[in-house]
Design a protein around this ligand. Structure first.
Ligand code: MG
Length: 317
């Protein structure tokens, strides 16, 4: 006889907070993208119009939704399926596609296999380590929060479809290990220490992560480099004590504000839960998924998605 599983209410609230929080951080950062840091006495705290309407999520969230739907369709993650979904997304003509991701998708469209296309783009610029896979990686943490080996494997695989640099792979494993520790009930400091103790990291990325909390605001660059995005998000999470303040501090760094916002939103949402996210932001959140389909996603859809991701299990023994 099957015994129905009653989800732990803390786990449920935190998983929903992660999904909704990531999309809210993306939308909150959207109008501040490519801008200089805002002065501390004039921080943006509301969803406002930028290149898109107020509350609209961007490519960061759209790519996360493609990843989430791939995980719902098949566990373990099938990178060829994910590559097809990214390509289908790009074919809808989204408002924005990262430069590196765009190059990989162009090769995929020509028929290159997923593992060839991303390697070929990396070969053009060996040092390139952008944040395009970090900004979208949170669905793996929701699907694999209780399975550390699956979490590590699928965090790496989802990155390799577009971003193969070792720092990108390690940053995704680190962020998802941190989210999983938060979903299990840890505080931000406890979860951070757990991730730091368990995730293998290249030396320079380890330095970035260890020093992030002690960085002065004026030294944060918040560019599209994966080091900068993870640094900003950790700085925000570890120097504040609420969802709202963590996001406000990070998106107001400007630069790649929407991507850093998505990452800190996933982390802070997992730390404080859906119930801690300001209602005014939850009400404003929206976007078409798939792009231009006419189907508008709101907070409720992200909540349902989080619940479904928690229910996925490996189907292959
Ligand atoms: Mg974006």
């Amino acid at each position: 006889m099957n015994v129905p599983i009653v989800p732990d209410p803390v786990l449920l609230d935190r998983a929903r907070g992660c999904a909704v929080g990531a999309a809210i951080g993306d939308a909150l950062g959207m109008p501040l993208e490519a801008k200089p840091p805002r002065p501390l006495d004039n921080l943006l705290r509301e969803m406002v119009r930028g290149r898109l309407p107020a509350g609209r999520f961007t490519d960061d969230t759209e790519m996360a939704l493609a990843l989430a739907e791939s995980l719902l369709a098949q566990r373990p993650l099938d990178p060829a399926d994910l590559a097809r979904r990214f390509l289908a997304w790009a074919d809808t003509g989204p408002d924005d596609i990262g430069v590196h991701t765009g190059r990989v998708l162009w090769r995929l469209r020509r028929g290159e296999p997923w593992d060839v296309a991303a390697e070929a783009v990396q070969e053009m610029n060996r040092a390139s380590a952008a944040n395009g896979s970090l900004m979208r990686c949170w669905p793996v943490a929701l699907a694999c929060w209780s399975e550390p080996e699956a979490l590590r494997r699928d965090s790496v695989l989802q990155s390799r479809v577009t971003h193969v640099h070792i720092d990108c792979l390690a940053a995704c494993v680190f962020a998802n290990t941190l989210i999983a520790a938060l979903l299990r009930g840890g505080t931000p400091v406890e979860a951070f220490n757990e991730a730091l103790a368990t995730v293998p990291l290249p030396d320079d990325l380890r330095d970035t992560i260890e020093l992030a909390a002690s960085r002065r605001r004026g030294r944060l660059r918040n560019s599209g480099w994966v080091h900068h995005t993870l640094e900003s998000a950790l700085w925000g999470l570890l120097n504040t004590d609420s969802f709202e303040e963590a996001l406000v501090q990070v998106v107001n760094l400007g630069g790649d504000a929407d991507s850093a916002g998505a990452v800190v939103g996933a982390l802070a949402g997992a730390a404080y839960g859906l119930s801690a996210i300001p209602e005014r932001w939850r009400m404003a959140l929206h976007g078409a998924w798939p792009p231009r389909s006419g189907t508008i996603w709101t907070e409720r859809d992200f909540v349902t998605l989080a619940d479904r991701l928690l229910e996925t299990r490996e189907t292959r023994s």
